[in-house]
Design a protein around this ligand. Structure first.
Ligand SMILES: CC(C)CCC[C@@H](C)[C@H]1CC[C@H]2[C@@H]3CC=C4C[C@@H](O)CC[C@]4(C)[C@H]3CC[C@]12C
Length: 283
C-alpha cells in the first residue's frame, strides 16, 4: 500500500513531474523513498504542498479505499489542468464589466466546458480556506447550493463530498445532487483545487434526485504579482447535468451558474473584508 502511495506521489500523475528528464525523475524517486523511510521513522517534516504530507498515523492508517480516492482526486486535478491549460479551441462566451471572462470549448465526445477567469479580492490562502476547507459552509453564502456534506476525509487535502444544488434561484436546470472527490494541492504560491464525480457505496443515487456529474474540474488560485492579497481565479466548469434537457438550454445555464457562483463569492469576500475593517477599527 505504501508503495502505491509513493508511486502516486512521486510523479506518475503530476504532469510537471512526468515531463522531467530521466535523471531528475530518478533523483525524485529516490528522494521520495527517502522521505517515506524518514517519515516512517518519524524524522522528517514535509513541506506544506507535499502530497506526502500526512502524519505517520494517517499514512499508516491509509486503507486501500483511501488510496483509491486520493488517486482519483489527483488524477481529476491533473486531467482538469490539462484541459484548462490547453491553448486551442477556446471561444469567448461572455465578458462582464466586473472583469469576469468566460470561454468555452467543445471537447471530443461533444462535451462543452467553460473556463471563467477573473480577479478576486482575497489571497489564494483565503480562497483555499473558503472554497475547500470550509466547503460545508458554502450554502450560507451561495443560494445555488442547498447543502454540501463532507462524507470522507483522506488526509487534509482530499475528501469525498455530497453536494445538492438548489431547486430555485435562477437555476434553469432543476435540482441535482453530486458525489465528488475533491483534492487540493499547493505549489509555490499557487493553490489548485480539483474534483470529479465518484462513487461511494453508502451513498448511491437518491430516489427523487437526478445525480449529475461534476468534473474533471479545477480551480487555479494565483496571487497577483503586484497585489498578493488579490488572486487570479481560473475555474474550469465541466459538468454533465444528466436528465433529459435540450443541450442549448444546458449550454446557456452553465456559464450563467458559473457567473452567479462567482458573484456570490465576491459578496462573501466583501462581507468578510468589511467585517475585518470594523474589527480592525474596534481593536
Ligand atoms: C446548473 C446546475 C445543475 C448546478 C448549479 C450549481 C453549481 C454551479 C454548483 C453545485 C455544486 C457546486 C460545487 C460544490 C463544491 C465545490 C468545491 C469547491 O472546492 C469549489 C467549488 C465547487 C466545485 C462548487 C462549484 C459550483 C457547483 C458546481
Amino acid at each position: 500500500m505504501l508503495r502505491a502511495v509513493l508511486k502516486l506521489c512521486c510523479g506518475i500523475t503530476y504532469p510537471h513531474l512526468r515531463s522531467m528528464a530521466g535523471l531528475q525523475r530518478a533523483a525524485l524517486a529516490a528522494f521520495g523513498q527517502e522521505i517515506t523511510h524518514s517519515q516512517s521513522r518519524g524524522q522528517m517534516a514535509l513541506p506544506a504542498w507535499s502530497p506526502l504530507r500526512w502524519t505517520e498515523s494517517e499514512t499508516a492508517a491509509l486503507a486501500d479505499e483511501d488510496v483509491f480516492y486520493l488517486k482519483q482526486g489527483v488524477a481529476a486535478l491533473n486531467e482538469a489542468l490539462k484541459i484548462v491549460e490547453s491553448e486551442d479551441g477556446w471561444k469567448l462566451e461572455t465578458a462582464e464589466k466586473n472583469g469576469d471572462v468566460i470561454y468555452s470549448k467543445v471537447l471530443t465526445g461533444n462535451r462543452k466546458v467553460f473556463r471563467l477567469e477573473t480577479e478576486l479580492n482575497a489571497s489564494p490562502e483565503e480562497l483555499h480556506d473558503i472554497l475547500f476547507f470550509r466547503v460545508e459552509e458554502m450554502h450560507e453564502w451561495n443560494p445555488s447550493i442547498r447543502r454540501i456534506k463532507v462524507l470522507k476525509h483522506v488526509g487534509r487535502n482530499t475528501m469525498v463530498t455530497h453536494e445538492v444544488s438548489s431547486e430555485t434561484t435562477g437555476n434553469l436546470i432543476g435540482q441535482r445532487d453530486f458525489l465528488s472527490v475533491r483534492h487540493s494541492s499547493k505549489r509555490e504560491s499557487r493553490v489548485y483545487l480539483g474534483g470529479a464525480a465518484t462513487r461511494l457505496e453508502s451513498l448511491p443515487p437518491q430516489p427523487g434526485f437526478v445525480r449529475a456529474e461534476d468534473g474533471p474540474t479545477c480551480i487555479i488560485l494565483q496571487p497577483l504579482q503586484d497585489r498578493p492579497d488579490h488572486s487570479r481565479f481560473i475555474w474550469l466548469l465541466n459538468m454533465d447535468v444528466k436528465g433529459w434537457l435540450p443541450q442549448s438550454l444546458v449550454n446557456k445555464a452553465l456559464p450563467r451558474a458559473q457567473a452567479d457562483f462567482t458573484k456570490h463569492l465576491r459578496r462573501r469576500l466583501a462581507a468578510q473584508n468589511s467585517e475585518n475593517t470594523v474589527l480592525g477599527r474596534c481593536g
